[in-house]
Ligand binder design. Structure first.
Ligand SMILES: [Zn+2]
Length: 179
């Protein structure tokens, strides 16, 4: 059977199938694939990019000149979107838990990631930028994510109080783990 390259045709709906098929992969192949996913163009990020493009917005990717190199940067609007993997960036969800094994390695590494995120976000705010964090686990609800992105990008700085929620320390504690 001839298979069409999936990435070209999936659109955004096929994401759950990807993780299902990952289970069937042999473990060595899976770790090779995971390594690739942790690289620059992770799957959740591609989903968000495609979604945002579909909504009619254009952006720069991995803007190196901005703190934290946001995954999507909207220069004219001074807005940025980060797409965070729950494990690597310590989301407050099941996937963001600190592993129980090899803790000497994982604890400083994952804490370091989290602190780096907070620092970059604080720097962005000082530069007058606003940002939205989208967590990997939230991509199950693409309609909600799509609405959040539209609202975030369409809102002007004056009526965006709901989005500056991300700027407050309390919310940082809620959204990601600090411990
Ligand atoms: Zn999560």
């Amino acid at each position: 059977m001839r298979s069409v390259p999936r990435a070209r045709i999936i659109g955004i709906r096929a994401l759950p199938q990807v993780s299902r098929s990952m289970d069937r992969l042999k473990s060595n192949r899976r770790s090779a694939l995971m390594a690739r996913i942790h690289g620059k163009d992770t799957m959740p990020e591609l989903v968000v990019r495609r979604l945002t493009y579909f909504l009619g917005y254009r952006y720069r990717v991995h803007a190196k000149d901005l703190p934290g190199s946001p995954d999507l940067a909207f220069k004219g609007r001074k807005k940025a979107i980060f797409v965070h993997g729950c494990f690597w960036h310590r989301h407050r969800c099941r996937r963001g838990k600190m592993p129980n094994t090899h803790r000497k390695f994982w604890v400083p590494k994952l804490r370091g990631n989290r602190l780096r995120d907070l620092k970059a976000q604080a720097q962005l705010r000082r530069l007058g930028w606003r940002y939205l964090v989208i967590w990997e686990c939230e991509l199950k609800h693409l309609d909600r994510i799509s609405a959040r992105i539209s609202y975030f990008l369409a809102s002007s700085p004056d009526n965006s109080s709901r989005h500056t929620v991300n700027s407050r320390a309390s919310s940082q504690r809620r959204d990601g783990r600090l411990d």
